[in-house]
Design a protein. Structure first.
Length: 392
């Protein structure tokens, strides 16, 4: 075991940044049922930093587990080994709280300035629908949950996350190591805060990213978003066996992960608006039963955006033009043939074909989902994609 040094971390003065430096924060909201995975992931991060130039790059980990004191850790090099340095400790706090996040983020990115920045949000995830909707009988959607060491649950909604990100530097990439986050509604509302987004539109493996491979990719000098995406996928692709013999220690059910380019989101919204305006009559419901769904065993909120556009347009010339815009916005989508989906029958070898998926989900309003429709209207995508002109 590597030693844990209770030291004050050395850092650059808040002056000019050295060239080709990067600071990455991995924000681990692990005060929940994922808590046990955190130590394994940090061990993988230590291994991954072994191939990173620590003198020029900073990896910091905010860690809040179910039974531990929240702390900020920096991975440093000492005597040729990567070690954990505790930079700060905190009283028990709710890591999904806006003020807590702003305090941690502000400290990290002011004390460790760099030429470029990356962020990894590690937790449970459920997308864009506010967690407050749970009280109204709706399955909630969010990124991050903190149980504060007990049974209460405190969620991080996307609107809150957008506020937090508005107070920190622009990121080269944001990785969501969480389920269901590759949603066009999520990314459109966060588009001004990062060049790239990386996540899955469905469930991710229980162990999450294999950080021994992902961490070096985070510090790549070029094409970092693409390399992080590939590193996330390649580990699970190598051990993929259609779910045979699956366990958290050997996740054989594969993974799907997409890279989304934020600069393409407004063009994608415009192209989507043109398709909807031309082919969808105002007030008409769109049946999604024959379109790929990333969460089919619950309320069917996550429809494949590409499949939706192909269906409503008939797949002709207009769709092909739209697809060109989509491919520019989603330059990389990688998936194994099947993915595990826990809400099917509960069995650990449950697998579902990913045929028909393109890596980016969207919500399709319907008359039976009036409460969700109301929340949908508060997303930027709702207006930008033209749903406001269709009677919804």
């Amino acid at each position: 075991m590597l030693s844990l040094f209770l030291l004050t971390a050395c850092h650059k003065d808040n002056g000019e940044d050295e060239p080709d430096t990067r600071t990455v924060l991995i924000y681990m909201m692990a005060d929940n049922s994922l808590s046990s995975f955190s130590s394994t992931d940090i061990s993988e991060m230590i291994k991954g930093m072994g191939s990173v130039d620590v003198s020029k790059n900073n990896l910091l980990i905010y860690l809040d587990t179910y039974d531990g004191t929240p702390k900020l850790i920096k991975l440093d090099e000492k005597n040729g080994n990567i070690v954990q340095t505790i930079v700060k400790t905190y009283d028990e706090q709710i890591s999904t709280d806006e003020s807590v996040m702003k305090t941690v983020f502000s400290y990290v990115f002011s004390e460790y300035p760099a030429k470029s920045y990356g962020l990894d949000l590690w937790s449970h995830g459920e997308g864009w629908i506010p967690a407050t909707s749970a009280s109204k009988g709706v399955i909630s959607r969010w990124i991050g949950v903190d149980q504060n060491g007990g049974s209460n649950r405190y969620y991080l909604n996307i609107s809150t996350l957008a506020s937090v990100l508005s107070s920190v530097p622009h990121f080269d990439f944001i990785l969501f190591d969480a389920c269901f986050m590759s949603s066009v509604e999520v990314y459109y509302d966060l588009r001004s805060h990062s060049d790239y987004f990386i996540s899955s539109a469905t469930e991710i493996p229980g162990p999450g990213a294999y950080y021994a491979d992902v961490v070096p990719a985070m510090f790549a000098s070029s094409n970092d978003g693409e390399k992080v995406t590939e590193a996330y996928y390649d580990y699970y692709n190598k051990i993929y066996a259609a779910g045979v013999g699956i366990s958290n220690d050997k996740w054989t059910s594969g993974v799907s992960v997409a890279l989304v380019k934020s600069s393409g989101l407004e063009s994608l919204a415009s192209a989507t608006k043109s398709i909807l305006a031309k082919y969808v009559q105002s007030g008409t419901s769109i049946s999604v039963s024959d379109i790929f769904c990333y969460d089919p065993y619950r309320n069917n909120y996550y429809t494949d955006l590409d499949g939706l556009m192909q269906k409503v347009s008939g797949g002709g010339t207009d769709y092909q033009s739209w697809k060109t815009v989509f491919n520019q916005c989603v330059p990389v989508y990688l998936t194994t043939a099947t993915n595990y989906m826990s809400y099917s029958d509960g069995s650990m070898d449950a697998a579902r074909s990913m045929t028909g998926s393109a890596g980016l989900s969207t919500y399709v309003p319907r008359s039976t989902m009036s409460t969700v429709n109301t929340y949908f209207k508060n997303t930027g995508w709702y207006t930008a994609a033209g749903w406001n002109n269709l009677g919804w």
